[in-house]
Design a binder for this molecule. Structure first.
Ligand SMILES: Cc1ncc(COP(=O)(O)O)c(C=O)c1O
Length: 420
């Protein structure tokens, strides 16, 4: 059969009906639902769905000044805006290597650090390198839904590892693996101030997890956007600080601003060159001017700046915990995050968070439903859970939002009682 014969058969067939097998994964975002609900609610809706730093702690003036310095450097440096090194600006890679050693106990050289367009892109790079359709990976249940969106495009099967109060339940995972017919390739974990639960894995458990994954030859992908945003005390060492075989992802999205799209991978031993080549294939390298701006912003500034950010987040976290106790019905429980941006709430009496959401949104408060943080964006285990963000709202808004949420739950339950 020639191409012409094929053409005859497909005459009039739309390219939309000939999409790749991975394409359905691009049509299934929970964000759309939330946006629709929130934009249809009252103008003063209090939105607990964010995952961003507070506007007050984004260092706009420092970024502007760093940008002016970056332009001056560019004007003086021949070739500064030509194509460059795929792994990124060396001065920024060196700065990151020094910071993560000092602040997170991670020993890495410049050669192991590849600058990425946020950790979102870095997750994709690791997946692209590791995963074939039909492979199995382990994710925490619940986990970051943006990562699930990526994994879905690689057409993987999931083992969902449940959390207990100390993060990923390693004993449970051990039992699951012992009876699993397949050996997974990769574990995606957020061990510190987890999104969405806010939980942190203690040191001993980190060590046990690493040993278990070594036993099965599973690559650990450690995603750590919140590790430096501790409130009460610094978290235990990163998994990568305990094992150079871990792929570690960092980002300036939560400590500076998400719009600068600046993150990095600390490549596991043996992976750095392949990841650099991948970066070159996909987008050649990060934007070279922005890498200078980030270097100039971070250097001699960020550590000090984070002290103020922590104080602001502490006040908001505390307002959220006391508001939950005051306004939510008895039987509600929640996590106690020591940092990061989120509290994970469990509603009483099997109340469905997905059903509550439109009801609450009409009353001026919105959140993300817990089951969206599971593969397929559904989970019977998390039907009564919701994620609340405390980083972006001032204390009085947090209080008012929780008052509205408490009222919405009461009205929702009463409505259910009267219709049954
Ligand atoms: C756990 C986790 N990983 C990755 C990201 C994406 O970060 P970035 O802006 O660096 O791509 C987020 C953002 O919310 C996150 O919470």
């Amino acid at each position: 059969m020639t191409a012409r014969d094929v053409l005859k058969q497909t005459e009039g067939v739309s390219p939309l009906s000939r999409l790749a097998q991975r394409a359905p994964a691009f049509q299934n975002s929970p964000w759309e639902k939330v946006d629709r609900l929130v934009s249809g609610g009252p103008a003063d809706t209090i939105y607990f769905g964010n995952g961003t730093p507070s506007r007050e702690v984004i260092p706009f003036a420092r970024l502007q000044e760093a940008s002016q310095r970056a332009w001056a450097e560019v004007m003086e440096t021949p070739g500064a805006l030509d194509y460059g090194n795929a792994a990124g600006l060396n001065e920024l890679r060196d700065l990151i290597a020094a910071r993560i050693k000092r602040n997170l106990g991670i020993r890495a050289e410049r050669q192991n650090i590849i600058i990425s367009n946020g950790s979102q892109q870095a997750i994709d790079y690791l997946c692209r390198l590791m995963l074939d359709p039909g492979d199995t990976i382990i994710v925490e249940g619940p986990t970051y839904l943006g990562a699930l969106q990526i994994f879905d495009t690689y057409q993987v099967n999931y083992i969902v590892a449940p959390l207990d109060d100390c993060g990923l339940d390693v004993d449970h995972l051990r039992a699951t693996l012992a009876s699993s017919p397949v050996v997974p390739k990769l574990l995606y974990t957020i061990p510190t101030f987890q999104n969405p639960s806010g939980l942190t894995m203690p040191l001993e458990r980190r060590q046990t997890l690493i040993e278990l994954m070594r036993e099965y030859g599973v690559l650990i992908l450690e995603d750590d956007p919140y590790g430096e945003l501790w409130i009460d005390e610094p978290p235990p060492p990163a998994l990568r600080a305990l094992d150079p075989g871990v792929a570690y992802l960092g980002t300036f999205s939560k400590t500076i601003a998400p719009g600068i799209r600046s993150g990095w991978v600390v490549a596991p031993d043996g992976f750095a060159e392949m990841l650099s080549i991948e970066k070159e294939i996909v987008d050649i390298h990060n934007e070279r001017l922005m890498m200078r701006i980030v270097r100039n912003t971070v250097d001699g500034f960020l550590d000090e700046h984070l002290i103020g950010a922590r104080a602001l987040y502490r006040a908001r976290r505390d307002a959220m915990l006391s508001g939950l106790a005051r306004f939510l019905p008895s039987g509600t429980s929640w996590s106690l995050p020591g940092g990061g941006f989120f509290v994970w709430v469990t509603l009483p009496d099997g109340i469905s968070a997905v059903e509550l959401l439109p009801f609450a949104a009409k009353r001026g408060v919105a959140f993300l439903a817990g089951e969206w943080f599971y593969p397929g964006y559904v989970s019977a285990d998390a039907a009564s859970n919701l994620r609340l963000n405390f980083s972006t709202l001032p204390e009085e808004k947090i209080e008012e939002g929780l008052r509205r949420l408490g009222d919405a739950i009461t009205a929702f339950v009463e409505q259910g009682d009267s219709s049954s």
